[in-house]
Structures are given as C-alpha cells and as structure tokens.
Design a protein around this ligand. Structure first.
Ligand code: AHM
Ligand code: MG
Length: 335
C-alpha cells in the first residue's frame, strides 16, 4: 500500500476556491505559483550558512552563480516567478520603492495585485533565526490593463488572501482566503506543503507578550501602561505573561497565533508611525489573526480598516489574542 500523502496545499486551494464567490481558476494558479517561489526561497534559506562558505570571494559560488543576499534573492525569486503568469496586474515589495509593473513582454490584464515582504526578519538570518515571506492579495480596482498605485492603496479588509511562509525548524505555509486559517508543513521528501493545522484558532487570551522592551524609554506613556499591564501580577487573568521576543515578526506572530498572546510594535521616538509596514506586514497578519479569532489594531484604529495613503506606509501594531488586544485598545484610547 502506498503511504497516504495527506492534503496538499494545491488541492486545498482548489477546493477552497470553489467556495469563494467571484474568484476564478486564475486565483488558485496564482497561489500555486507563489508557493513554488516559496519552495525556492526555502531551499536557499536552508543553505544560508553555506553562502559565505561557497562564495568566499563574494562574487560567485562553486556553481559559478552570483552570491546574493538572501532578501535580494527572495525578492527576485518572487518577481521572476510571478511576473509572467498573467494573473497579476502589478506587484509591490517591501524591498522595491515603487510598484513593480508587469513587463510588456508578459501577459497583461491580470485581475489581482500581490504585495509582499520577501524575507521578513532577514537581519537575523546569520544566527539561524526563523524568517518568513509575507504576502497579501487584492483584486484590481482601477480601469485599464495595467495596475496602478491605487490598486494597492486598499483597506486590509478588502484582501482576497493573506499568508506567510515561515522558514523555521520546519517550513510552514499559513494562509487564509476568508474562510479560516490553514497551516501546511513542508515535507521535503515529496516537495509538498501538507495540511497539518486546519482551521487554526488562536486562544482568546494568551500567556505571552512580545515587544522590544529595550525601547521602553522611547515609547509613549500609554504603550508603557499596556506593557505594564501584561507584566502585572493577577491570578484571575494569568498575569504576569511571559515575555517572548525573537525580533523576527513572522516567527513572533506565528508562535503567538498558536499559543496565544499579543505582539506589540508601537510608535516610538525613532519610528513616529511604528516600524512595521501596513501593506506587507500589518494588514496580511491582521487578516490572518482576525480569521483565527484574534484582533489587530494600530494605536487608534482597526488595522483592517486603515486606508493606506502610500505604498510603504508604517503603522503601530498591537496584534494577537482578542482579549489581550481589547486591553491594549482600552488603555490606548483611554482619556
Ligand atoms: P525589516 O522589515 O527591516 O526586516 O524589519 C522588520 C523586523 C520584524 O521582523 C521585526 O518584528 C522587527 O523588525 C524587529 O524590530 P526591532 O529590531 O526594532 O525590535
Ligand atoms: Mg519586514
């Protein structure tokens, strides 16, 4: 008897797509292509420690290929994998200043936009810390075949799909199209993502708070109050919470999604609007978190309600278990 493979992500996407109103076969093909890019990035990340070894000269590795920084590599991989599919009208990447138009030599008229952070947390990569790719898909809303900036400046609640791939102790893909959050673990022996975490639900109250507390003296008073709340002793609500902070957003978010807790990147003296980007980080993770039963706010608004005004807009982020975000909201908006 052959071993049962389990549900592959491709099968899952095709089945899910049939249930979503208004999406076509293009949509599952788009995601499938993106997942192939994720597999290529997975392969590169898993060899991260060898890059210097193989490319000592800094120019080429033993195969004669140019040795590239991994975030550049991930960025180029996604662009090259997606630009000729005909499904996208444009892309936007955290690594690229302007929107990425689809070259005239490729099919035009794609119905979707793709915004992505190719390798979030990449400053940690030399220490073997988990990193991730975050993605967000919207429908094109402007007329004409080419995508424009306005196609990207849409509220997070208009996302058709959001997800991330975490390159960790195992590589996982987590995605939602608005009917729950589903996690797939990469099985390298068959080269497929296999459904391992269907319908992920985050605990309504967590045990973890995650923030860079080294910045506490640069925070405003309200943020300090929020963090003091999670550190205070209170048996009924299980406080103090544990502090856990990797400094790699996908990893911190993923852990808190599964275990429950709140991730905080507030505005501070260095980052008056917060550090994290609305389109590539906050909005897609907010969609996932909401779908898993959690919540996400900036200091004053629901993340998914914010209408972006620029591509690389930053936003403060308080995201995680519903009850914990409720406390953040109460303190942040108190008089
Ligand atoms: P980047 O987009 O420059 O890589 O920064 C994003 C990263 C996140 O992964 C992480 O949550 C955050 O920066 C950590 O910032 P800090 O080092 O200030 O705590
Ligand atoms: Mg990032």
């Amino acid at each position: 008897m052959p071993e049962r493979l389990g549900i592959t992500v491709t099968k899952h996407i095709m089945e899910t797509q049939r249930k979503i109103k208004g999406v076509s076969g293009n949509f599952s093909s788009l995601l499938s292509e993106l997942i192939v890019a994720g597999k290529v990035i997975h392969r590169a990340v898993s060899k991260a420690g060898l890059i210097d070894v193989l490319g000592k000269t800094g120019l080429t590795n033993t195969q004669g290929e140019e040795v590239q920084k991994l975030d550049d590599f991930a960025n180029t991989t996604i662009i090259q994998k997606m630009d000729h599919t005909g499904f996208l009208c444009a892309m936007a990447s955290e690594e690229v200043e302007d929107i990425i138009e689809i070259d005239a030599k490729h099919p035009q008229g794609g119905k979707y936009t793709l915004a992505f952070d190719p390798l979030d947390g990449s400053s940690n990569i030399d220490a073997n810390v988990s990193v991730g790719t975050i993605f967000s898909i919207h429908r094109k809303i402007t007329d004409g075949k080419k995508g424009s900036l306005n196609d990207f400046l849409q509220q997070g609640k208009r996302q058709v799909c959001a997800g991330y791939i975490i390159y960790g102790s195992s590589t996982m893909l987590v995605y939602t199209v608005g009917n729950g959050v589903h996690g797939f673990t990469f099985d390298p022996s068959v080269g497929e993502f296999i459904l391992s975490h269907p319908f992920i639900k985050t605990p309504s109250r967590g045990k973890i708070f995650s923030c860079n507390e080294g910045n506490a003296n640069k925070w405003n008073e309200k943020t300090r109050e929020v963090v003091d709340y999670f550190k205070a002793i209170d048996e009924d609500t299980g406080r103090p919470y544990s502090a856990r902070y990797i400094g790699s957003l996908v990893s911190d978010f993923h852990r808190n999604l599964l275990y429950g807790g709140v991730f905080i990147y507030p505005n501070d003296q260095n980052y008056p609007n917060g550090k994290l980007r609305l389109l590539y980080e906050a909005a897609p993770l907010a969609m996932i978190c909401k779908q898993a039963g959690g919540d996400a706010i900036s200091d004053s608004e629901e993340i998914l309600e914010i209408k972006p005004t620029e591509l690389h807009q930053r936003v403060p982020l308080f995201i995680g278990s519903k009850e914990d975000v409720k406390v953040c909201r109460r303190i942040l908006t108190s008089g």
